[in-house]
Write a protein that binds this ligand. Structure first.
Ligand code: ZN
Ligand code: ZN
Length: 95
């Protein structure tokens, strides 16, 4: 998880800071919509990760053994654990 800190970076995105709702809002409310595609997330870090790595982006992680592509490094690692059990769990980052 060496990229963890990148997910915590705050981007210059006009977040909806809904202070009136914050205390009484139900936890299930999706309060952090993506400014680009309006997909909503429950936490700011989740939508930040989506906006930086997922939204409108091509897959950037690749299985080095079969070329399977994914937007999530975790998915490639999980794929290798299941499909290439004898191999080390590594992941190509395309860009
Ligand atoms: Zn989006
Ligand atoms: Zn593979």
């Amino acid at each position: 998880m060496k990229n963890q800190s990148e997910f915590l970076e705050v981007l210059p995105i006009p977040w909806l800071e809904d202070n009136e709702l914050s205390m009484n809002a139900k936890m299930s409310l999706l309060r952090f919509p993506c400014p680009r595609c309006n997909k909503s997330y429950t936490t700011k870090s989740a939508v930040t990760a989506h906006y930086k790595y997922d939204c409108g982006k091509p897959p950037r992680f690749e299985c080095p053994y079969c070329g399977k592509l994914s937007k999530k490094k975790f998915n490639v690692q999980d794929h290798i654990r299941h499909k290439h059990r004898a191999k080390p769990v590594v992941c190509n980052t395309l860009f």
